[in-house]
Design a protein around this ligand. Structure first.
Ligand code: JFZ
Length: 577
């Protein structure tokens, strides 16, 4: 029996929870080739160029000899992050290439000893962070190291092909002892207080080794947090997939690392920049689910954050200057589902309604508090008329806000609602004022029987193991308007590039009605959230719901040998004709 482990994060996690928004910086000698090697554009993310271009260790290490970021200005970088409303900064101190971007007395493969630049710029960055009040944090690739013997993915670990992140236990343990621990100690002793260490890609690290690293960090700096990618879920907070937006609220402390374009490390020809609107949509979506947004910049080898990144961050900053209180120190929406009009965050007795599209009237169902006041953050003097009603027959509370015809503020308008107390909301899925009903899988009852594998929701918010008729997914939900509805099943791809709808046969039961359907992924769900993790809506046809009040729904897979990555069931009023 293993001893019960105390994995409580240090109390310092409070700063991290309040921050909600941070800057990721992927910077290393991979910024020299910037995505091109020997005249060829190397596909995929820039910091993986050594691996993807199959460079030898000496070939790659020679890049250090020309790395000279003379334009680097720590104060400039930190003030960009600060102006954007970011509260912490996580910079790659050593990525998978094994090159240390800080002075490492224990290993000469570092910026001071191996580049013409020859200075420890992390010192300057630490100073600038202190000056501007941001937390300095370090990314450190603890398992993958393509340079050091024993590191995962090292040249020596070739197994019948090119590198694979193989780990031979003994050399790996030696690598942890000789390179990782001395360097982590340097990071935690040379730069003053460190907010967190962002370990990554645990590969084949053992649980004991992950725990050992966690203890090592906490011993050197008790307030320093450890990222979830240290491995085996023993970090102080969790890390979602890159650019992953969960479909609903997540329990515990989570962060999504995300890119401004499609690379982390600088690539001279990646111009696929997300718009300011998309970036703010993502920030707000994550905040409404209680998730931190760690947004990346990839500086050039000269030491410059690309202009398209800076201009976007500064526009985000202008929005944050007005609306930041809806993000910083906020917690997830008390409503456990997405609204079709926007998103919500909460703070004490305040709710923030975040509207990407303006509407003169906004209705919300299910809020049981009295609203004392409603204010538009971008136009605090405008009078917002508040009307609250309660329908006794259906027990629907409806709040109606009259916002006025003219949009207040850019990108996402924010309404602050002052309540008579902490929010009290209806916890069942409710028909929305637009008429739609969303039944998310994470609000469902999950039932498996007859030896079927247990249904579970994975960290992408999708259902695992719905394969046959022994299992079922059920909801109670509240309907206000009887009528004819069109039912859709929304499914995701469990894996990048995976197939969503592949002929699964499902049956949806609503009261006495049954709807059967075969899922072909016909309709891609649009939106910022589904850019990297697509979702599809498959129509099951129409159904009549004759009664208002609390109804019961059940979804089963009659046949789905490869599973059905259910996200939600949607009901929308059927269009006449
Ligand atoms: C890792 C790195 O390999 C990559 O270079 C970058 O630093 C990124 C932030 O992290 O890549 C990952 C790690 C985990 C997932 C995806 C990409 N994941 O869990 O989905």
């Amino acid at each position: 029996m293993a001893k019960t482990l105390d994995l409580t994060p240090p109390a310092s996690i409070k700063w991290w929870r309040d921050a909600r928004f941070g800057m990721f910086i992927h910077w290393g000698i991979y910024s020299v080739p910037a995505g091109t090697w020997k005249g060829k554009r190397i596909p995929s993310i820039g910091e993986w160029i050594m691996y993807n271009a199959k460079m030898s260790i000496p070939e790659y290490a020679a890049l250090a000899g020309v790395f000279n970021p003379v334009k680097f200005d720590a104060d400039e970088w930190v003030s960009i992050a600060k102006r954007a409303g970011m509260k912490y900064l996580v910079i790659t101190s050593k990525h998978h290439d094994g090159f240390a971007m800080f002075h490492s007395p224990s290993n000469p493969y570092n910026i001071v000893d191996a580049t013409p630049y020859g200075k420890d710029l992390m010192k300057a960055l630490a100073k600038a962070c202190r000056k501007h009040g941001l937390k300095l944090c370090f990314y450190y690739s603890q398992a993958q190291d393509w340079h050091a013997p024993g590191g995962a993915g090292h040249w020596d670990e070739v197994d019948g092909g090119w590198w694979k992140p193989l780990v031979k236990p003994e050399p790996f343990a030696k690598y942890l002892k000789d390179k990782v621990k001395p360097q982590v100690k340097e990071l935690l002793t040379q730069y003053g207080p460190v907010g967190l260490i962002w370990f990554d890609t645990p590969v084949a690290i053992t649980r004991e080794q992950s725990l050992d690293l966690r203890r090592f960090v906490h011993k050197l700096q008790p307030n320093c947090l450890v990222s979830g990618r240290v491995g085996h879920d023993v970090g102080d907070y969790g890390s979602l997939g890159d650019n992953q937006i969960p479909s609903g609220p997540v329990k515990g402390d989570w962060e999504t690392p995300a890119t401004l374009n499609d690379t982390w490390g600088y690539k001279s020809y990646d111009h696929n920049w997300k718009s300011v609107q998309t970036l703010l949509d993502l920030l707000v979506d994550l905040a409404s689910k209680g998730v931190n947004y760690l947004l990346n910049v990839g500086p050039t080898s000269a030491g410059i954050i690309p202009k398209p990144s800076v201009s976007r961050l500064l526009k985000i900053g202008e929005w944050m200057d007005i609306n930041g209180e809806a993000i910083h120190g906020s917690s997830a929406s008390p409503f456990p589902y997405e609204f079709d009009w926007g998103r919500m965050t909460a703070k004490g007795k305040r709710l923030y309604l975040l509207l990407p599209k303006w509407r003169s009237t906004l209705k919300i169902n299910g809020l049981r508090n009295k609203v004392k006041k409603a204010t538009l953050l971008a136009d605090p003097r405008r009078r917002v008329k508040v009307c609250q009603t309660h329908d006794a027959a259906t027990d629907f509370h409806t709040l109606t806000l009259n916002l006025g015809g003219k949009r207040a503020g850019k990108y996402i308008s924010v309404v602050a609602l002052d309540l008579d107390g902490p929010a009290k909301v209806e916890t069942l899925p409710l028909q929305q004022p637009s008429g739609t009903v969303v039944l998310p899988v994470y609000m469902a009852g999950l039932h498996s029987a007859g030896g079927a594998p247990a249904l579970a929701i994975n960290r992408a918010g999708l259902l695992d193991n719905l394969k046959g008729p022994q299992s079922s997914v059920t909801w109670d939900f509240k309907l206000a308007q009887p009528g004819e509805y069109e039912a859709k099943v929304v499914i995701g791809c469990p894996h990048h590039g995976g197939k969503a709808g592949d002929g699964q046969r499902v049956v949806l039961t609503l009261g006495d009605h049954k709807l059967r359907g075969v899922l072909k992924a016909d309709e891609k769900v649009e939106g910022a959230r589904t850019q990297y993790f697509p979702e599809f809506a498959a129509s099951l046809g129409r159904i009549r719901l004759d009664q208002s009040g609390t109804l019961h729904a059940e979804l089963k897979a009659e046949e789905a040998p490869n599973g059905l990555a259910l996200a939600s069931v949607h009901l929308a009023p059927a269009k006449r004709g």
